[in-house]
Structure formats: C-alpha cells, structure tokens
Ligand binder design. Structure first.
Ligand code: MD6
Ligand code: FE
Length: 210
C-alpha cells in the first residue's frame, strides 16, 4: 500500500491514496445506500443559533455524532427517527483493522454528504472521550480540498486534495489539529443515484476510552 506523508504536515497525518479500488468503492457505496435507507441523512445545526450545516450526515455503529441547537454529542439513536443507528458494515471494521492500528473497534462511522457548494469549516474533533485513538477517514465520490493546520485556529495550514478511494489517518498530534473541507470539485466522480451528486466522507471514530 502506498503511503504519503510530508514534512509540512502535522505529525501523525498519513494519506493512503487510492487505498480502495473502484470495486471496493462501489461495494462500500452500495452498503451506504442500503443503510441510509434505515438511517436517512439529516441536516445538523450549529449549537445556540441553529444555523444549518451545508453537509448532511448520518451514522452507522453503536454511537453517532449529532449537532443541534443544544450542542454537539454522540448518541445511540437517530435524531429524527429515534431508532438506533444501523450496525457498522463489516468492510468498515476491516478498514479500521488494516489502517488504524488501534486495539479497540470503532464505535461510530460518521457519514458526511457534500452536495456541490457544501463545505466544512475548520474544526477539531474533540467530542470523543479518548483523543489518543486515531480517526480514519474514507473519501468517496467527488474530489475535495482538505485543509489542516495546528492545535490553534491561527496556526498556518496546508491543503491536500482528497480523491475517491483515498484513506486518511489522523493520529498522534494531527488528531488535535484544526481541519476542514474548503470545497468539493463537482463532477469529478459519481455517486449512486440514490445519494445524488457530490462527495461522501466516512470517518471511523472511537468514542470511549479503551
Ligand atoms: C471530510 N473530515 O473529509 C471531513 N475529521 O469530509 C473530517 O472532518 C475529519 O477527515 C477527523 C479526521 C479525519 C477527517
Ligand atoms: Fe473532522
């Protein structure tokens, strides 16, 4: 497996370009379509003001990340259907075993859907109770411009283009760095009709310690 890292990047950021071939991408997207039927995309909202995110979300696995007017949190049920999240597909558990090298399994697979024009502002993922566990990110569909900086919002940033099939690991110091998606590049890849245009990103997360 090819692995790229750069002295310009935060320690612990590792990119595996085209880790998933076209067949593996299509199989994973089939699983996403099926499970999104059980746990439809919802529109998260910013705490306090309730401004909607441009990205739609869902989750697989025992826990799911949600955001609404009362805050960010992990919870066991879908915010709109109130049903438990669907089980995490085996393919995602296998990717975690291969790439994350962490002794405990992921508890949440957060699925982000970016339609053309959607973005994700700079943030640090810190709602997990153990920030030592890495986050594994899988990109499907359109290319995206990913930006990562440092622990402080004002730290300098660098950008990399994420393409369908790429896997990005945020471990070590990179786990606590600000990062976001500045834009996607519409029409650079296709998603199943049931999802629509744009990009899917799946992040596998350990929430509890251990
Ligand atoms: C995205 N990714 O690629 C947004 N977070 O759509 C993230 O916010 C992210 O890629 C934590 C670890 C890896 C990530
Ligand atoms: Fe993130």
């Amino acid at each position: 497996m090819t692995e790229i890292s750069s002295p310009d990047w935060p320690q612990g950021l590792r990119l595996f370009p085209a880790a998933l071939d076209a067949v593996a991408q299509a199989e994973l997207l089939d699983a996403v379509v099926e499970l999104i039927g059980e746990a439809p995309f919802f529109t998260p909202r910013m705490p306090r003001w309730g401004r909607p995110f441009s990205v739609r979300m869902s989750n697989f696995g025992p826990l799911g990340w949600v955001s609404d007017i009362s805050g960010y949190r992990y919870q066991r049920h879908h915010p709109e259907t109130d049903r438990p999240w669907p089980p995490m597909p085996q393919a995602l558990l296998e990717l975690w075993d291969t790439f994350a090298r962490w002794p405990a399994p992921p508890q949440a697979a957060l699925v982000n859907h970016y339609r053309p024009g959607a973005r994700m502002s700079l943030h640090v993922d810190r709602d997990e109770r153990d920030l030592r566990a890495p986050i594994l990110s899988i990109s499907l569909g359109d290319d995206a411009l990913f930006r990562i900086g440092g622990p402080q919002r004002r730290d300098p940033t660098c950008s990399l283009r994420l393409r369908a099939g790429d896997i990005l690991l945020m471990a070590g110091a990179a786990r606590r760095c600000h990062h976001g998606i500045d834009r996607i590049y519409p029409g650079t890849a296709r998603l199943p009709r049931a999802i629509g245009e744009g990009r899917i990103n799946i992040t596998l997360r350990r929430v509890d310690k251990g």
